[in-house]
Ligand binder design. Structure first.
Ligand SMILES: CC(C)(COP(=O)(O)OP(=O)(O)OC[C@H]1O[C@@H](n2cnc3c(N)ncnc32)[C@H](O)[C@@H]1OP(=O)(O)O)[C@@H](O)C(=O)NCCC(=O)NCCS
Length: 205
């Protein structure tokens, strides 16, 4: 088994969008939108190209992760620059075999090398906690959409970076492209093979 983690290149775009669609399909809602979010993010100024990573095993695409710029609006009036991860995914056949953690850890290492201070995003502590993420709420960081949320997670890449970061964090605008442009999303989705949308237990939307 030979794993390679590298930056996404233009030749990967459609394969990555297919991977995201297959991996997220029916997980959080009937169908999914994350492939269009990714498609549009590549042209968003908040997109961090150096942290747009693919994972291959023996040359086959099996995972992808991207990050964008975000910020905490500090209660003291100062903005604290952060980065936000997502989407991140592993191909269905390889889920729960440790690959997601390997990919996440590799992106965290790269983000640290690049000098970013902290990562903040919503997520499941069962997965992110294994890579050092903690709840943001005890640091006084509130999620704009749900101030009491304990699923807002953060990871300091520089020690103490979030020690005076009490404030509000909101999802970067790029995540709302499907709500802003539903017909653009529908047109994009129509370029993929049909898949059945199912309402399943555990979905959150
Ligand atoms: C979430 C995802 C990236 C994790 O990658 P993965 O390769 O499946 O995860 P790993 O095998 O590295 O998991 C490591 C540990 O994290 C935890 N974990 C991973 N996925 C989890 C999930 N869906 N629910 C709860 N815990 C999870 C488990 O403790 C797991 O260890 P275990 O399998 O021994 O119990 C992958 O399952 C995926 O693509 N899911 C669909 C898309 C998604 O939800 N992305 C995240 C939100 S952007």
């Amino acid at each position: 088994m030979s794993i390679n983690i590298r930056n996404e290149e233009e030749k990967d775009y459609r394969n990555v969008e297919n991977l995201i669609r297959e991996s997220f399909w029916n997980v959080y809602q009937p169908g999914c939108m994350e492939h269009y979010v990714m498609h549009c993010f590549r042209n968003d100024p908040a997109f961090i190209k150096e942290l747009d990573m693919v994972m291959e095993e023996d040359g086959k695409l099996i995972g992808h992760a991207m990050y964008c710029h975000s910020e905490i609006k500090g209660d003291n009036g100062k903005a604290i620059p952060t980065i936000t991860l997502g989407p991140i995914c592993i191909t269905n056949e390889f889920k729960r075999m440790g690959y997601g953690k390997i990919l996440l850890d590799a992106t965290i290492e790269k983000a640290t090398e690049l000098g970013f201070g902290a990562v903040i995003n919503e997520g499941n502590i069962d997965f992110y906690g294994q890579s050092g993420f903690v709840q943001a709420k005890p640091k006084g960081i509130r999620y704009a959409d749900d101030p009491d949320a304990d699923y807002l997670l953060c990871l300091e890449l520089k020690e103490g970076y979030l020690s005076e970061a009490a404030g509000t964090w909101a999802d970067p605008e790029g995540y709302f492209v499907c709500q802003r442009d539903p017909s653009g999303f529908e047109a994009f989705e129509a370029t993929f093979p049909y898949k059945e949308k199912l309402k399943l237990p555990g979905q959150i939307f």
